[in-house]
Design a protein. Structure first.
Lengths: 76, 225
């Protein structure tokens, strides 16, 4: 019998083993972290979606909140 | 029916929108209007919020301005490619309830997997995760229909070979509907892996063809706005 570890990475094994409620709670914690760091709820354009409209204006946060920004870039 | 459903079923998607499937009935539309009002959500892009577009398979898009959910996008659809009509989806739905009584009505896993077979790159790893999660959660005590469901929808070649090896007669039967199972029955991992990829390419092309007339209609609406 194939073990989950044989076909997926350890973090997926753990995720698969959780109950729906545990996954929901983990997802909510991620959301809280994301939003606390200034993350925006406005999704990035999905250019592969049949709904993608190249002319649609991006949402501008009404409160001026800029979301996460790069403070310093490392060289490549 | 989108990213949130995937999380509850066992895949994971950091989805920043909310996808809703809606039965077009006056009472539902009234309730949707009330929710959109509460969220200060406004229709964006095309098509406009009109049931004729929902009935033809378009999605209507909203963006919320309420301070709690500012920027959140809500996509509403009534008809999905490759899945049954809404009453059938609703009759097969999964209902999950939290300890404090909050209910989630989700597309059944089988319907969600079908709905995820789109032209977008990001949906295919999701199907694989959804199916793996279901298989690993249920394989020790599979219910009626599970084995056939796994043979039809799993996208992990190693697991398909395992099931085909353990259930030879069933795999042979189901191969009539999914010919690549012949590679699974033969234990031919390279050919099976290639066939799974071909299957994805074909399905993505079907989705592109399905959307062509709808995209033309959207382009016309954009020109008119």
């Amino acid at each position: 019998m194939i073990d989950p570890e044989d076909v997926v990475e350890p973090e997926w094994v753990e995720w698969y083993g959780m109950t729906p409620l545990e996954r929901l709670e983990a997802s909510e914690r991620l959301w809280e972290q994301y939003l606390s760091m200034g993350g925006s709820l406005d999704p990035e354009p999905d250019t592969q979606s049949p709904f993608f409209d190249p002319e649609a204006p991006p949402a501008v946060p009404a409160d001026g909140r800029a979301g996460m920004r790069v403070v310093r870039r490392g060289g490549v | 029916m989108g990213g949130q459903a995937c999380v509850l079923y066992g895949a994971a998607e950091f989805s920043r929108d909310l996808d809703l499937a809606l039965l077009i009935e006056p009472e539902n539309l009234r309730r949707l209007d009330a929710v959109l009002d509460e969220l200060d959500a406004h229709s964006i892009a095309v098509p406009p919020f009109d049931t004729q577009y929902l009935a033809r398979g378009h999605a209507v898009h909203f963006r919320c301005q309420h301070s709690d959910v500012r920027g959140l996008r809500i996509d509403v659809m009534s008809k999905l490619r490759g899945v049954d009509d809404f009453p059938s989806l609703w009759s097969r739905r999964t209902v999950l309830q939290t300890e404090d009584g909050v209910e989630f009505n989700l597309l059944s896993l089988a319907d969600l997997v079908k709905a995820k077979k789109t032209q977008r790159d990001k949906d295919w790893p999701m199907i694989r995760r959804l199916m793996e999660a279901h298989y690993f959660q249920s394989r020790l005590s599979p219910r009626e229909g599970h084995l056939q469901f796994w043979l039809l929808e799993l996208r992990t070649p190693e697991l398909l070979i395992e099931i085909a090896n353990d259930h030879k007669a069933l795999a042979k039967d189901v191969a009539n509907a999914r010919p690549l199972l012949r590679f699974a029955s033969a234990g031919d991992l390279p050919s099976l892996t290639a066939a799974v990829e071909d299957e994805e390419r074909l399905e993505r092309e079907r989705d592109r063809l399905y959307w062509e007339p709808l995209k033309r209609e959207l382009a016309q609406l954009r020109r008119r706005r």
